[in-house]
Design a protein around this ligand. Structure first.
Ligand SMILES: [Mg+2]
Length: 152
């Protein structure tokens, strides 16, 4: 295990710091070789999507995954989408069983949450490789969608 002295703080987005003191994301200073020790995740409660994208970029650098190309990331995300659907199917199965124990519900739903994060991580990794600002794209696309007419 590394000590706190080996942790190298990464500066936060200055625009965020102007709004409120935001905790900095920290990654371990691992030199040339990534270790199995994961960096602590410290995101501001109201962190913008750019902070999530920055965290994923740092995480990939930490693990040495930056060489995983765009197409490989798409396939890896596809695998995680499959895992997400399986987790959802298990929750659905739970609800279909009238006598299913209630204690299992939280665990199954939590598993869906984990798989959503796996998908999101790859989605952000894909966006990062294309220099897409997901927050901006989200706003622009949903603004465009507002002017669309949706047929039933
Ligand atoms: Mg998964």
């Amino acid at each position: 295990m590394s000590t706190d002295a080996s942790r190298k703080p990464i500066p936060s987005n200055p625009e965020i710091n102007e709004l409120e003191e935001a905790p900095e994301i920290e990654v371990l200073d691992t030199g040339d070789r990534p270790t199995l020790e994961l960096p602590p995740i410290r995101l501001h409660d109201a962190a913008p999507m750019s902070e999530y994208q920055r965290y994923i970029k740092q995480l990939e650098e930490h693990h040495g995954w930056t060489g995983v190309n765009l197409i490989e990331n798409c396939f890896l995300m596809g695998e995680e989408v499959g895992e997400l659907f399986k987790a959802v199917r298990k929750v659905k199965g739970f609800y279909d069983q009238a006598d299913a124990p209630e204690e299992e519900r939280a665990e199954l739903v939590a598993n869906v949450g984990e798989e959503i994060v796996d998908v999101l991580n790859y989605l952000l990794a894909i966006a990062n490789r294309l220099d897409i600002d997901v927050e901006r794209a989200f706003i622009e696309k949903n603004t465009k969608n507002l002017s669309r007419s949706w047929k039933a």
